[in-house]
Design a protein around this ligand. Structure first.
Ligand code: PEP
Length: 252
């Protein structure tokens, strides 16, 4: 993973069909024509059903593809309806989102996420590991305690930290148009960076992204927080215009 890049990672969730390739195509063209964005890494995490199709159609590799989850089991196994990191890798995924709050809310434990990260790293996928507090935890002043628990609960010191991006996604901010106050966010990102450095016993911190209701209008607020290494963008990544405008406005 190259180090001084800003990441713009789209999470399409359960949206899209073959025709949605036009979204990726437009983003790809835009990046190609605007060389100043070569300090950015663009990734789109799409439904599994589209990975292989998009991968074959994407001739230039300006946009990388990612998946949104995998089964904890490595390789193959009797797990109806599931896919493994190995299978996703074979379909063209270079990145994978793990620990997303929408999956945690369906019962994904810290241990399960740890196993998923282990199998994704074995496949040399770049892991986008999501952490974040819910509204009640925030109100009760528990944000840092929760973040630390999530980090310690699912990461292992032996993991290759260069293949891990941490996405701080306050659960109350996902899909709600509510975003953290600038100062609060800066402090939280600093907290995560220090915690991770301590955890991995290193000075070189993995990239820390922010995710939660990022859009073309509010991206300027985030760009002032230089500690943020990039963004995980849900709803707005399903529109090429919104996604491109986010990148454009970030660099304004
Ligand atoms: C997400 O699902 O990771 C996310 C950040 O969603 P949204 O941008 O829609 O809040």
């Amino acid at each position: 993973m190259t180090n001084n890049l800003k990441y713009f990672i789209g999470n399409w969730k359960m949206f899209g069909d073959f025709g949605s390739f036009k979204i990726i195509h437009k983003i790809n063209q835009y990046i190609y024509k605007n060389k100043k964005f070569n300090k950015s890494k663009i990734v789109l995490c799409v439904p599994n059903t589209l990975l292989d199709f998009f991968n074959k159609k994407l001739k230039s590799q300006l946009v990388s593809l990612g998946a949104q989850n995998c089964h904890q089991q490595e390789g193959y196994g009797a797990f109806t309806g599931s896919v493994s990191a190995l299978m996703l890798k074979k379909m063209g995924a270079k990145y994978i989102i793990l620990g997303h709050s929408e999956n945690r809310s369906e019962g994904e434990s810290y241990e399960i996420i740890k196993r998923k990260i282990t199998s994704a790293l074995k496949q040399k996928l770049n892991v986008i590991f999501c952490i974040g507090e819910n509204y009640k935890e925030k109100k009760n002043g528990k944000t840092f305690t929760i973040l630390r628990k999530q980090i310690k609960g699912s990461l292992e010191k032996r993991f290759n930290k260069n293949k891990i991006l941490l996405a701080y996604e306050p659960v109350w901010s996902i899909g709600t148009n509510m975003i953290p106050k600038t100062n609060e966010l800066r402090n939280t990102i600093k907290f995560i960076k220090n915690d991770i450095k301590f955890f991995f016993n290193t000075n070189k911190c993995p990239k820390i992204l922010y995710g939660g209701s990022v859009n073309p209008k509010n991206i300027r607020l985030f760009s002032s927080i230089t500690e943020i290494d990039g963004f995980l963008i849900g709803g707005a990544s399903q529109s090429s215009k919104k996604f491109i405008d986010i990148i454009k406005n970030y660099y304004k």
